[in-house]
Design a protein around this ligand. Structure first.
Ligand code: F6P
Length: 342
């Protein structure tokens, strides 16, 4: 078979490990030829490719980012987008396309599948919000990075008896915030799923500080929002694809905390450092398992499948079901986190 691979949306640690696993099994077991499309769907639209084989994938397992490049371009943004995709499939004599991406890329892959294209999806994102799978690769690495940062922030916050508000990624969901908050012993965590009341946040911090000279770490997901009518926040700008450019809610939260409580408060926004660098061992293994499962799905001609983690096993789900709804923070986990709030 001749198999295409693309990586779309925001990058994350483990993308290269998936590419490597797809290529390894495709070439070694099936004798396939693999072609990589550059910059996600942009490469398919423009027929812009690079060859992928076992040799070119050497050393990729621990490498962050994606050697294929990525973008948020999608065929449906253009009137002639689908014709261009069809032309590329024909010119490349493609039998299948493996699409590695998050919610946006996988939704697009599902629409492309509905038009009859032979596609298979692999779920990626540090946000861990793709439906149908217990975990996306990249998430574990991001949680490790955020937790390590919180550990460091504790010592400086304690030395100065300050509050530090640390902002982590999480556009629609608070998986990174909840996990890193628990792992890092955060005083409080604010997530998009639970609109916060700044007055209650401040009251909790005062309760804690009144008991002694204790610094606090407040973890805020970038997508966290105040309960309606409680606090005005600036409307975020949009990027070239029309996506809201989040980041900065920590500044608003910290300003309010300092003003309302009088406690000295500082801000750390972790931003893209959570997406960069080498994947954890867990993410390397998950990415590798996903890559192998994706090429298996290709050879079973299971078009419209998405590989997923379910009860520790790699299974296949239907893309249409997985993109129907985001995966939010589990209520049980959230109440475990809340046990530690003051
Ligand atoms: O989708 C993952 C994510 O990391 C979000 O948490 C974040 O809002 C977004 O990507 C930012 O991506 P970029 O800066 O690349 O547009």
């Amino acid at each position: 078979m001749r198999v295409g691979v693309l990586t779309g949306g925001g990058d994350c640690p483990g993308l290269n490990a998936v590419i490597r696993a797809v290529v390894r099994k495709a070439e070694k077991v099936h004798g396939d030829e693999v072609v990589g499309f550059l910059d996600g769907w942009r490469g398919v639209l423009d027929n812009d490719t690079m060859p992928l084989d076992i040799q070119t994938c050497r050393g990729l397992l621990p490498r962050g980012g994606t050697v294929l490049g990525t973008s948020r371009y999608q065929p449906f943004m253009y009137d002639d987008g689908i014709d261009r995709v069809r032309a590329t499939f024909a010119e490349q004599r493609l039998d299948a396309l493996v699409c590695i991406g998050g919610e946006g890329t996988l939704s697009c892959t599902n629409e492309i599948h509905k038009l009859g294209f032979p596609v298979v999806g692999v779920p990626k994102t540090i946000d861990n919000d793709v439906g149908g799978t217990e975990m996306t690769f990249g998430f574990d690495t991001a949680v490790h990075i955020a937790t390590a940062a919180i550990d460091r922030l504790h010592t400086t916050a304690e030395s100065h008896d300050r509050i530090i508000v640390v902002e982590v990624m999480g556009r629609h969901v608070g998986h990174i915030a909840t996990w890193a908050g628990i792992a890092g012993g955060a005083t409080m965590t604010l997530i998009p799923e639970e609109p916060f009341d700044i007055e209650s946040v401040c009251a909790a911090l005062v309760r804690r500080h009144e008991k002694g000279k204790y610094a606090s770490i407040v973890v805020v997901a970038e997508g966290a929002r105040p309960a309606e009518g409680t606090l005005d926040i600036p409307e975020p700008g949009v990027d070239q694809y029309g996506h809201k450019r989040l980041g900065g809610i920590a500044n608003v939260v910290a300003g309010e905390i300092e003003q309302r409580t009088g406690y000295e408060t500082r801000v750390t926004i972790l931003g893209h450092v959570q997406r960069g660098g080498t994947p954890t061992a867990h993410d390397r293994v998950l990415s590798t398992r996903y890559g192998i499962a994706a090429i298996d799905a290709v050879h079973d001609e299971d078009w419209g499948a998405m590989v997923a983690l379910d009860s520790g096993k790699i299974v296949r789900k239907r893309l249409k079901d997985c993109v129907a709804e985001l995966k939010y923070v589990d209520q049980g986990l959230w109440s475990a986190a809340k046990n530690f709030f003051p």
